[in-house]
Design a protein around this ligand. Structure first.
Ligand SMILES: [Zn+2]
Length: 263
C-alpha cells in the first residue's frame, strides 16, 4: 500500500471500542505510552495490551515519549534518561509489530535557548545508539519538526543516516506555529526523506491539534506534494478529540486518494 492512514492512540486513554473504530475506519494506530504509564504498568497488563493489538492484526506506528526529554541535553543524566525511554519504546514497538517510531529530537529555541550545533554535538552519539537499536529490529525512526523555523536542522540530522533507517515526520500544526519559510520549502528540502506526516490544525497561536479545516493551516502545497508522491508514506491524523479525527478522515482520504484499500 502506498499510503497508510494512522491516528494517534495514547494508551492511557484507550477504550475497548477504540480498536473497533480503527478497524471500521480502516486505520492503523500510532501508539503512545506516557512515561508514568510505562513505569506503572504491570508486566501482565502490558502483555495483555500487546495481544489485544496483535490479535486484531494491526500494523501500528509508535510515538516516542517526549516530555522533559532532550537527546542532546547538557545534563548527561537527562540524556541517559532520554535514551532509556527511547530504547524502551523501540522494544515496545517490536512487541506491537510497529515498523516506524516518531521521535521529538528535543532541541528548540522556545524551550532551551540553545544553539542547534551545541545540542547536536551532545545528541548525535545518543541518536546513533537509538538508530542502531531500531534498525537492528527492522524499525525506522522519523524525527519530527516541533519548534523548527525551517527544515535545515532536521535535514542535518537525517543526512547523517541512511534513508533506509531514518527519515522525517513533517507535522503541519507545528509548521503553522513555528515556521518562517513556506510549506513548499519544507516539502522540497526534505523531499523523499519525509516518511510520515502528522496532520492537524490550529489557529496559529497554540498547538491545539484540532480537525483539518478548523484552524488556519493552508494545505494546498501538501496536497500537491501528495499527488506527486510515489514512495510509501505513513499519514497520521494527530488530534486530541475522536470527533475531530472522524471529521478529518474523509478529507485526508481525498488527499491521499485511498478508501483504505490497497492502492
Ligand atoms: Zn506531531
Amino acid at each position: 500500500m502506498k499510503f497508510k492512514l494512522h491516528t494517534n492512540i495514547p494508551i492511557r486513554h484507550l477504550r475497548p471500542e477504540d480498536l473497533e473504530l480503527l478497524l471500521n475506519l480502516k486505520m492503523q494506530p500510532e501508539i503512545y505510552f506516557a512515561a508514568d504509564l510505562v513505569d506503572s504498568l504491570s508486566a501482565d497488563s502490558y502483555k495483555e495490551l500487546v495481544s489485544r493489538f496483535n490479535e486484531k492484526g494491526f500494523e501500528p506506528s509508535f510515538h516516542g515519549p517526549f516530555f522533559d526529554l532532550s537527546l542532546g541535553a547538557y545534563d548527561p543524566k537527562v540524556r541517559a534518561l532520554a535514551l532509556e525511554r527511547m530504547l524502551w519504546t523501540i522494544n515496545a514497538a517490536k512487541d506491537f509489530k510497529a515498523s516506524q517510531i516518531v521521535l521529538h529530537p528535543g532541541y528548540g529555541p522556545w524551550v532551551l535557548s540553545r544553539k542547534f550545533d551545541e545540542w547536536y554535538e551532545l545528541a548525535i552519539p545518543v541518536i546513533k545508539t537509538i538508530v542502531k537499536a531500531a534498525s537492528d529490529n527492522g524499525i525506522k525512526i522519523a524525527f519530527e519538526n516541533i519548534y523548527d523555523n525551517n527544515p535545515n536542522d532536521l535535514k542535518k540530522i537525517v543526512s547523517e543516516f541512511s534513508p533506509e533507517h531514518v527519515g522525517v515526520c513533517f507535522d503541519t500544526g507545528h509548521f503553522n506555529l513555528f515556521s518562517d519559510v513556506p510549506m513548499k520549502t519544507w516539502l522540497e528540502t526534505l523531499s523523499d526523506r519525509i516518511i510520515e506526516l502528522h496532520v492537524h490544525d490550529n489557529d496559529g497561536q497554540d498547538d491545539h491539534h484540532i480537525a483539518i479545516g478548523d484552524g488556519c493551516v493552508k494545505y494546498t502545497p501538501l496536497i500537491n506534494w501528495l499527488h506527486k508522491r510515489e514512495q510509501p508514506l505513513v499519514v497520521t491524523i494527530e488530534m486530541v478529540l475522536k470527533t475531530h479525527v472522524i471529521k478529518s478522515v474523509p478529507i485526508v482520504r481525498e488527499w491521499i486518494g485511498t478508501e483504505g484499500k490497497e492502492k
